[in-house]
Design a protein around this ligand. Sequence first.
Ligand code: HEC
Ligand code: HEC
Length: 201
Amino acid sequence: MFSKKTWIISVAMLAFIVSGCAVVGNAYHEEELGLRKVDLYSEKTVVPDATDYTQAAAGESKLIQRSFENAPPMIPHDIEGMLPITGDYNSCLGCHDPAVAKDVQATPTPLSHLASFRPLTQLGANGEVIKEGKIIRNSTDVLTAMHKREGVSMERYNCSACHVPQSNNEPLVANEFQPDFRSKNGISSSNLIDNLNEGIK
Ligand code: HEC
Ligand code: HEC
């Protein structure tokens, strides 16, 4: 005969197994895992929503709020005919270069774009790495160095690597991220140049 204790343990085990099966019953199958609400294995037939970029011309568009402190702002205006940016042609600078921006009422590129932040790096006689004149063993010890450039730095020349227009589509998953802006106007302007070395001793 089973003892009372064995019975209790057996019943508890059975309950555990049954509840385990119930969870498997509610689980998602792999073909349901995609963000698109269709069978993952038939994605070939899925047509994404058409992109819907703003048609407002530069000078007539409404600025888009920054997603987080010092996020690169989205391009709020139509960029038809402005891309691609090539070695000889950068229409963005035609309006956003600080030398002309005020005249066309465009936001001038910020101070962070008028400098290079790459440390001057040399190889010493014995193969040691010298950054900003100091022998460096651990590159995280290097404070961000700033080397001013005449006008916009070539590191920032390809504006569309970081600044893009936004298509007006319903997000597939709601974004619940709430940004914290430490300065009052952080939602509409940037101050990266002031806090680049923040948190570095
Ligand atoms: C004809 C002038 C002109 C050209 C060319 C132009 N812009 Fe603009 N841009 C503006 C103006 C003016 C604004 C301010 C919003 C408005 O009035 O439409 C602006 C706003 C912006 C903003 C938002 C700034 C902020 O503070 O939120 C970004 C980013 C931007 N432009 C990037 C670009 C990029 C990248 C290019 C090149 C692909 C470009 N622009 C080409 C005139 C121009
Ligand atoms: C490597 C990425 C990168 C590239 C390339 C780049 N930007 Fe930016 N841009 C940023 C970021 C990040 C910010 C916000 C932080 C800051 O001020 O640097 C910004 C800010 C700006 C702003 C807002 C200025 C303000 O006062 O708030 C403008 C306008 C702008 N960029 C224009 C341009 C234009 C025009 C180009 C091309 C000539 C360009 N950017 C290239 C990353 C980039």
